[in-house]
Design a protein around this ligand. Structure first.
Ligand SMILES: [Zn+2]
Length: 216
């Protein structure tokens, strides 16, 4: 079972991917991680990649598919692959099909974790944590029992992350839509796309993904 997992920041993609790795023996392949690993390894491809990235040039598809193909040849991909960050374009989607077909594999599902943008803004902008013990709170969904005092450790100091603001969330959503716009319609046309409510409880999201993978 090979899938593409899509979802904007805040949809819980990382959490769900780790669960699929742990519970199903799948492996997540992030092209960003692959590139960084190639550069770090100092291989010929890595040196080439490093030069291209330092020059700020677009990474050539052929080189990317070579790196991806090498990764797909590793035995740990037998349990299935979760593609992350790839493909981004129609050309890359074709390359991915070819890479999988060469190895007797295919793409089985494209799963998108959907979020309601306004609800995501509410969820993220209300977050704060205890400055001492890190306990998590929320302006609307989870205030400390006694105002201004941490339930866990009694501290009266709290902090908020500077990028937990509406503008950042909306910018990230727009970037996500721009990135997925070129490929979603292609996979829709092939009937591969399933959508899961990323705003639901983490366990519910996992159950929904499992149901898709098991064809239930
Ligand atoms: Zn605390």
């Amino acid at each position: 079972m090979n899938i593409i997992l899509l979802g904007p920041p805040g949809a819980g993609k990382g959490t769900q991917a780790s669960r699929l790795e742990r519970e199903r023996g799948m492996v997540q392949i992030s092209t960003g991680d692959l590139l960084r690993a190639a550069v770090k390894s100092g291989s010929e491809i890595g040196k080439l990649a490093d030069g291209i990235m330092k020059a700020g040039k677009l990474f050539p598809d052929d080189l990317m598919s070579q790196i991806l193909g090498d990764r797909l040849d590793q035995p740990d991909t037998a349990g299935g692959v979760i593609f992350d960050g790839y493909p981004r374009t129609a050309a890359q989607a074709d390359k991915l099909d070819a890479l999988l077909a060469e190895r007797g594999k295919s793409l089985d599902h494209v799963i998108e974790l959907e979020v309601d943008e306004d609800a995501l803004v509410d969820r993220i902008t209300g977050r704060f944590t205890c400055a001492r013990c890190g306990a998590g709170y929320h302006d609307r969904f989870k205030l400390p029992k006694e105002a201004g005092v941490c339930d866990v450790c009694g501290s009266e100091e709290f902090k908020r992350r500077p990028d937990d603001n509406e503008e950042t969330v909306r910018t990230r959503m727009a970037e996500y839509r721009a990135k997925t716009a070129p490929i979603l319609p292609l996979y829709e046309a092939r009937g591969l796309v399933s959508r899961v409510d990323g705003m639901a409880d983490i366990d519910e999201v996992t159950a929904a993904i499992e149901a898709i993978l098991d064809g239930r």
